[in-house]
Design a protein around this ligand. Structure first.
Ligand code: ADP
Length: 272
């Protein structure tokens, strides 16, 4: 008799992420809009795009916050070149750090930069809840949330706790990234969070005669958007000016002019 059983792993996905409807989820008082920036895969430029979108929006006069929910790999402190630690008031409400007119909070402000984060899921969930509930966000037109890559605890906590108005997916055109982006879109559909669109980053590179080449493939995001019936918000080229921003710790200002205009246009579109 063959007594081998098939391995059947199931996380009962529906039960795990669908207990609350959008009506039961809470908003943050004073915050008009919450937008999640997500990538499904690491290294595609999600934090870079999130920081530049936030800065482009702040530059246009919107009051903006940025919550770095990438607990294991927070990039926001480095992107804004911040080493100071936030303070808290007598009720333990954390005052965000302000840089380039943006209110910022990140786990990177609170931990030692050189220590690895060895937190388990429940600790991550508590940190995220604290960033939602215990930060003095004040009045904001929009709170951008830089979500960690993947579909793990941090994202599910957000999806369950907070009334997120929309998500923006960042991907490269490469198949590896597109497959994961597709999975991310499916997750947002299940959690009732509208996907506002996709930004294809590292889409192409221009040579000195302005001829494009496509090191990560061509049209990956276009085909994803067609399949999912969502909008391709824009394509951002590979450009050295992103490195200038990192070197100088001043997002947006040091970008090439054409890319600045792209971020301003996307910011306007998603905030209106
Ligand atoms: P993620 O948040 O997806 O892990 P990051 O935002 O940390 O990715 O970006 C990874 C690296 O890629 C950073 O060094 C960043 O400066 C660089 N980068 C992002 N987008 C571009 C681009 N369009 N052109 C050149 N470098 C980029």
């Amino acid at each position: 008799m063959d007594n081998k059983k098939k391995v059947n792993l199931s996380a009962n996905f529906k039960e795990k992420i669908e207990p609350k409807s959008q009506f039961q989820k809470k908003s943050i008082p004073g915050v008009k809009k919450i937008l999640a920036i997500t990538s499904a895969k690491g290294g595609v430029g999600k934090s870079t795009i999130c920081a530049n979108l936030a800065a482009a929006a702040a530059k246009q006069g919107f009051s903006i916050g940025l919550l770095d929910a990438d607990i294991y790999g927070p990039s926001i402190p480095d992107l804004f070149n911040i080493s100071e630690k936030p303070t808290a008031d007598e009720n333990k409400i954390i005052n965000p750090i302000i840089a380039q007119n943006i209110k910022l909070i990140s786990m990177g402000f609170l931990i030692d930069k050189n220590s690895p984060m060895v937190w388990r899921g429940p600790m991550v969930i508590n940190a995220i809840k604290s960033f939602i509930n215990n930060v003095n966000w004040g009045e904001l037109d929009c709170l951008f949330v830089d979500l960690p890559p993947g579909t793990g605890d941090a994202i599910l906590t957000f999806a369950q706790e907070l009334k997120v108005d929309g998500s923006i997916i960042i991907t490269t055109p490469q198949k590896l990234s597109i497959t994961d982006a597709n999975r991310g879109i499916e997750m947002f559909k299940k959690t009732d969070i509208p996907v506002l669109g996709v930004i294809e980053n590292m889409s192409f590179i221009l040579d000195k005669n302005n001829n494009p080449s496509y090191p990560f493939g061509k049209n990956g995001a276009k085909e994803l958007c067609k399949k999912q019936k969502i909008k391709l918000l824009d394509k951002i080229k590979i450009d050295e000016s992103f490195n200038d921003c990192v070197e100088k710790g001043l997002v947006f200002e040091n970008l090439s002019k054409d890319i600045k205009i792209q971020f301003e246009t996307i910011a306007k579109e998603i905030l209106n």
